[in-house]
Design a protein around this ligand. Structure first.
Ligand code: SF4
Ligand code: SF4
Length: 296
């Protein structure tokens, strides 16, 4: 947007108002928003920026279109917080008509639940084309802050336990072309850290990074990929290689199995669930189980 004043009109629809509180928090003197040429105004006619919080419900639909039409050029729209990015926890609500970008063009997305005021301010600076010096202590995060995820590619076994525990459905698991992709979506994540607690190999952790703004909401994610293992009977990919290795290691450690049986166990594990259901393989698996039980 370059030089000039940013006049922001706040538009709220379906949400908890947590993000709107964060926008108001941006107005405290220490952030010196006015020095950046930013003001909050009370009507769309005075504004050239629309800051939307919440997903949009039927009631907000007409009002949002109306507010957008009344904006002054260049009509910048920013979606603040998860509900404004993807509808967030309100996704399945019957009166929801979509995240704002289904109704008006959105120029910048600021994921978070809610985003820190500092994340909102640096996003506004991005619009202004200003480079902020984040040296003051309030830019730093407090101890225990939970921000963007980091995967340890060496440790992740692709088990998907993180996705299963995530009550926000923020983590997707996709198997494609011999790879499993685990993706954390920031339009949905509430930064609860359950995924970090649940991971059996400590492969995922939440860092202190909170600058998540993006011009394309499809880019608001972090992901990891692991190789899949082929079934040695039918050749289909069926499980992450590392997950199978990890499971075998756990069994071997727990049962103190002798070497020749480890080979049998591995051969059995390298067969996909469909092929395992075939009678010969069931017999084979039973034989291994008998040998294991005799041993332990
Ligand atoms: S991050 Fe942890 S829980 Fe998630 S897929 Fe990787 S190993 Fe499994
Ligand atoms: S921190 Fe992890 S478990 Fe919690 S919402 Fe985000 S992705 Fe889901």
């Amino acid at each position: 947007m370059g030089e000039g004043k940013i006049s922001i009109y706040r538009f709220m629809s379906a949400g908890c108002n947590g993000c709107d509180v964060q926008i108001l928090e941006c107005l405290v003197p220490r952030y010196r928003l006015e020095a950046l040429g930013v003001e909050i105004v009370s009507t769309p006619e005075e504004a050239n920026v629309l800051a939307i919080t919440g997903g949009i419900n039927v009631k907000g639909l007409k009002e949002l279109k109306n507010a957008y039409e009344r904006l002054r050029p260049p009509r910048i729209v920013i979606a603040v917080g998860n509900c404004a990015v993807t509808k967030g926890i309100f996704s399945d609500g019957y009166p929801m008509v979509g995240p704002p970008d289904q109704i008006v063009p959105v120029n910048l997305y600021i994921p978070g639940c809610p985003p820190r005021p500092q994340a909102i301010i640096s996003a506004i600076a991005k619009i202004l084309g200003i480079e902020l010096e984040e040296r003051e202590d309030y830019w730093y995060t407090p101890e225990g802050f939970r921000g963007k995820h980091e995967f340890d590619g060496e440790k992740c076994i692709g088990c998907g336990a993180c996705a299963q525990i995530c009550s926000s459905e923020a983590i997707e698991v996709h198997d494609k072309d011999g790879k499993r992709i685990i993706r954390v979506n920031y339009g949905r994540c509430t930064f609860c850290a359950f995924c970090q607690d649940e991971c059996p190999t400590e492969a995922i952790r939440l860092t202190e990074e909170y600058h998540l703004s993006t011009v394309d909401r499809e880019d608001a994610y972090v992901e990891n990929e692991v190789k899949m293992l082929r079934c040695r009977v039918c050749g289909s990919y069926y499980a992450p290689q590392r997950q199978v290795d990890w499971a075998i290691k756990k069994v071997v450690e727990g049962a103190d199995i002798r070497d020749e049986l480890v080979g049998e166990l591995r051969r059995a594990a390298e067969v996909c669930p469909d092929c395992r259901m075939k009678i010969d393989n069931i017999r084979r698996a039973k034989r291994i189980l008998v040998q294991l039980s005799l041993r332990t």
